[in-house]
Design a protein around this ligand. Sequence first.
Ligand code: C2E
Ligand code: CA
Ligand code: CA
Length: 644
Amino acid sequence: MDKLRRMLTPLLFDLFLRPSRRVKREPERNQAFLTAQFSLFLTVFINTGVIYMSFFSTNPRVGLVLATAEGGFFLSYLLSRTRYFRFASLAVVIILSVIPLFNILLSSDRGQLAILTLLIWNTLTIIIAGFLLSPGLSRLFFFINILMIATFPLYVAGMTLSVIVLPLLFNIIIPLTATMLADHIRKQEKKQMEDILEVNRRLEKELNNKTVMERQLLYNATHDSLTKLPNLMILKNRIEHVMNYQRRHRENIYALLFLDLDRFKNINDTLGHRNGDFLLFEVGARLKESVREQDTVTRLGGDEFVILLEDVKGHSEVFPILQRLRDKISEPLELDDKTLHLSASVGVVMGREEYGDPEIIIRNADVAMNRAKKISGFSFEFFDNNMLDSVKSKLELESNLRLALEREEFLILYQPIIATGTEKTAGFEALIRWQDSKGNLVSPADFIPIAEETGLIIPMGYWIVEQVCAQVKSWQALHPDHSFSVSINLSNKQFQDSRLVESIGEIMEKHRVAPESLKFELTESLIVENSRETNEQLSRLREMGCQILIDDFGTGYSSLSYLHALPIDILKIDRSFINRISDKKEDIVYTIINLAHSLSMKVVAEGVETREQFELIRMMNCEMVQGYFFSKPVDPERAEKFLR
Ligand code: C2E
Ligand code: CA
Ligand code: CA
């Protein structure tokens, strides 16, 4: 019995209760109504038998009324699967209050009246039990019904057996089903919640582990391993700090010294890298000795050092420091029985109020240093604006990007996404590249951030959708029998465009591409920011028929509550998790996959590079995989081969 029950409930659930998409978006009202829905459906189903009986036995008018009521129930059931489910519940209440009235008026037959009473009683109990979603309550009603059934034969003594047997049957079946369903739904809800909490806990743990490691990494990331001096990151930080201070204390001036050793490459090549390293270490130490306690000496890499002098009164205070630097650096250095005499070129920028960006002042110091390089021996040069002409700026990059868009220097590569079960190509991810005027392929990591910053990502984004649509259309013409979809990445910035969804819709229409052929990948951060407008845009995108993916899942945020409530179809597990996947049952990848499944989402594993990883992921029932193991992102011609 228990086995049957375990088999039957999920089946029934899938048949009648698997929420429609619309209803799914309102989870809190959803559950109660689902139970009611099912009760209604079953009542309609079984009562039809009773109605037939009524027609053919005694009183056809009663049958007519019952049939109308059934029609009403059925309509309510249909309604309840749409967004009008509130209206549906109202309809049920009205029907329920009208039926007894009619029947008392119409029926003269005691047996019919009895059946009716039972019928109404049943429906009421089940709906109440369903709405309150309480298995206990359902059980109570069930026992009351049993009691009624026990006394029922006495009451209708003299009626035919068939008229008794039918109500008897549905008296047992309906409450039992309601109880089972309420139980099932509750258990499922509980399990989902537990799953979410579990993954949440583990992601938090992973993030914690990450912070410990990150703290270690932070030192490494902020200090140069060779000289133990702070690096560029700290330098920028210090400069920013000094700039802020200067905004409040106008008289405060600072200076930035960009120092580059002369002929270092030469020394490094002839004396070997070990000696070169020692030399750099020694120079670092000498620089530190030449400046004051409050000044910052950093190494940018190679033989480039930058010194931040805080609080200098003007040029006059920089000169003595430059002198000390020259003296220290030119002190002879013994290396491998050789005596070296070093010299350096120094670019100096006086930090005045016009500077607001550390990068600019560092760049200017670099420019001045290059000028000083032209003079032999220890030399220095103070920066002035005329030196700037040869420097490439961010503005230039931006205008290059703009031009690139006009000249169509972008191209799209496609990386196959493979269905784990069949090992066939389920689709592709579209990944943009920039082929600049020199023919180099520039990675999106280098230009997408600038495109986002400048807003250029918006026209660029539409260009991508156009290209992909055209590509999809031509592939579909070549392979009419192969269904596949292409995923397009969307940046958060693109959602600031209120016409995003309409424009995408228009492009799809223009190319006659079905929305099912496109998926959109977005990051957790977009979802977590959770603005109403973004939610609406997502919902509309999905209503149009496009599926939504969460990209890089598991990297950003440990709050998963959004998964429950938002319109998401697929999770894409981040590469970093696949990288360190193991065959343990408690592997986080496995947990994430199970969680996604319990929320009716599919899963793509990203960055699958080896057969072992693929086999593990396949074992975990992950639907799709993507990664170098199958293919790198490739041009459309080569991608097309995957469809064959
Ligand atoms: P993403 O969306 O996470 O894309 C996946 C990245 O992982 C791609 O890098 C892909 O080449 C790389 N990848 C795929 N399989 C493997 C693997 O097995 N191992 C390793 N190590 N890497 C793998 P790609 O193409 O350089 O793109 C980098 C990022 O740039 C993308 O990350 C995405 O955030 C962004 N991007 C790329 N194309 C677009 C675009 O058209 N629009 C927008 N908004 N962003 C894009
Ligand atoms: Ca992606
Ligand atoms: Ca990704």
